[in-house]
Design a protein around this ligand. Structure first.
Ligand code: NAD
Length: 497
């Protein structure tokens, strides 16, 4: 028995029949549990038209009204977070605690957006010229699209949607077709919170739906998160069609360990950041860069900790779940083979092992490689699985150069007790989010999230004040209330006096 997962347009489930559908699986059992409708370009266009028709009413809603809806949404999301976490675990595979953690981080963006009256305050200058005032305002864009990846089915949409809605826009969300149910459940909460129909819509689909949104003249902005090749494509196509685009891409996150670091705490951090969510996090640590003498001892400590990890069904209190699809599991396992062929030392092989879940689940246990070199595919590529590579370097400078030469620049961390070295690193490293003894430095909601280089195309990062900027456009008003002193003819360029 499979569930049908369909679009939510204008506050209602779509009732048509779909020519194309996609399978949604439970990764811990390997069984198909749902079929998701995949939108045609025409249907995506209908959703845009619905959002466009609803938009003026919401754009004109007072800031007080918008804040009320945001607060109500925040309360509902908090009340339903366990249900949503269960949906995530059932379709993504990550363990329940981790799923709850992602909903909580998304909730924080809703809390940030509750402060929208303050965030949208403009500037005012009285008497810039005699009896002339100037003030700035920020206005909504119109219909905006959010296109999200499989690995954070709740948090990534929530990076954008509360801010977009609070700013007065209408949203079309195109979630990942691999785990779409959490997005629908969250979208329904907006209706319960009092958001007018048509302001929050969900269109499921694949390339056809994405292309329709990227080229539709009534879509004003696109927030995309996914792999680097698709992010680049989305950025190039969307901007070529006149849209504002922020496209967050893939990652290869390095953790630089200096010889003075506390190796027990560092090993804990490396295991947590390397294998949490089975390595399917854009901020996962996938390359551990060990400086000078630390490598042997650190590898032993990591290996010891890995032997205690339990991989299994996310509902059973395990540490790590399966990978999202069989195809992805096989791709990651293929990298383990490539690492061996290239001459890296396989310290722990995740292909062996016992898994606490269904026989047909998409299992791969935590895997550790040592003596990895930058030419190997396991270093070069974003594997997006539970594979941690140790690269040995002789000095801080060699480690820094390695990180800066990498085409990705999402997150990085340094582990050290030397404040001066840490400070140098934060200044010199060419990466957007930096942790100092913090392995996964995801910024809080009132700062902005985003990487550098091939990890982000566009100028603006997600949420925080950059998010408010992305979802609004500025206007500056110069005003005077005419009195006799303003009379007379003068064809010169206006000057202030
Ligand atoms: P993906 O690129 O395969 O898919 C992302 C979205 O793009 C999905 O909605 C998908 O339906 C759509 N899509 C897929 N192929 C497309 C195509 N050919 N044309 C148009 N649209 C297409 O990514 P994924 O596998 O779902 O997610 C994992 C990736 O996302 C990793 O690379 C990860 O690093 C990245 N990610 C990055 C961040 C970040 O903040 N930088 C955050 C989360 C995930």
């Amino acid at each position: 028995m499979t569930t049908r997962i369909t679009h939510l347009i204008g506050g209602r489930s779509w009732e048509g029949s779909s020519e194309r559908t996609g399978d949604v699986s439970n990764p811990a059992s390997g069984t198909v549990t749902g079929r998701v409708d995949l939108a045609s370009a025409e249907l995506a266009g209908d959703a845009v038209a619905t959002a466009k028709a609803a938009w003026p009413g919401w754009a004109g809603a007072s800031l007080a009204k918008r804040a009320q809806v945001l607060f109500a949404f925040r309360e509902l999301l908090n009340a339903r977070k366990h249900e949503i976490a269960a949906l995530i675990t059932a379709e993504h595979g990550k363990v329940l605690d981790d799923a709850l953690g992602e909903v909580t981080r998304g909730l924080e963006v809703a809390e940030f957006a509750c402060g929208i009256p303050h965030l949208l305050k403009g500037g005012f200058s009285e008497n810039v010229s005699t009896k002339v005032d100037v003030y700035s305002i920020r206005q909504p864009l119109g219909v905006v699209a959010v296109i999200s990846p499989f690995n954070f089915p709740a948090m990534v949409p929530l990076w954008f949607i509360p801010v977009a809605i609070a700013c007065g826009n209408a949203v079309i969300l195109k979630p990942s077709e691999k785990d779409p149910s959490a997005a629908v459940a969250i979208a329904r909460l907006w209706t319960e919170a009092g958001l007018p129909d048509g302001i929050m819509n969900v269109v499921h689909g694949d390339k056809e739906a994405v292309d329709a949104l990227l080229t539709h003249p009534d879509v004003r902005a696109v927030s995309f998160v996914g792999s680097t090749p698709i992010a680049r494509y989305v950025y190039e196509t969307g901007t070529a069609h006149g849209k504002r685009v922020q496209a967050l891409g893939g990652a290869k996150n390095h953790m630089l360990v200096l010889p003075d670091a506390d190796l027990d705490l560092t090993a804990d951090a490396a295991v947590n950041a390397g294998f949490g969510s089975a390595g399917e996090r854009c901020m996962a640590i996938s390359a551990l860069v060990a400086v000078d003498t630390v490598a042997d001892e650190l590898v032993e400590k990591i290996k010891d900790r890995m032997s205690k990890l339990r991989t299994g069904d996310g509902t059973r209190g395990c540490d790590m779940g399966p990978l999202v699809t069989r195809q992805h599991r096989d791709k990651v396992a293929g990298y383990v083979e490539e690492g061996l062929d290239a001459g890296a030392t396989l310290v722990v092989d995740g292909r062996d092992g016992e898994f606490d879940g269904g026989e047909d689940g998409f299992w791969l246990g935590p895997t550790l490689f040592d003596h990895v070199t930058p030419d190997m595919s396991i270093y070069r590529d974003e594997i997006f699985g539970p594979v941690l590579s140790v690269v040995r370097v002789k000095s801080y400078d060699e480690g820094l150069n390695l990180i800066n030469a990498n085409p990705y620049g999402n997150g990085t961390a340094i582990f050290t007790n030397d404040g001066g070295a840490a400070r140098r690193f934060q200044n010199e490293v060419e990466v957007g989010m930096v942790g100092i003894n913090v392995p996964i430095p995801v910024p809080v909601s009132y700062y902005s999230f985003g990487g550098w280089k091939n990890s982000l195309f566009g100028d603006t990062h997600a949420h925080g004040t950059e998010g408010v900027h992305f979802f609004t456009r500025g206007k500056v008003v110069t005003s005077r209330w005419l009195d006799p002193s303003h009379g007379g003819l003068n064809l010169g360029f206006p000057q202030n006096d």
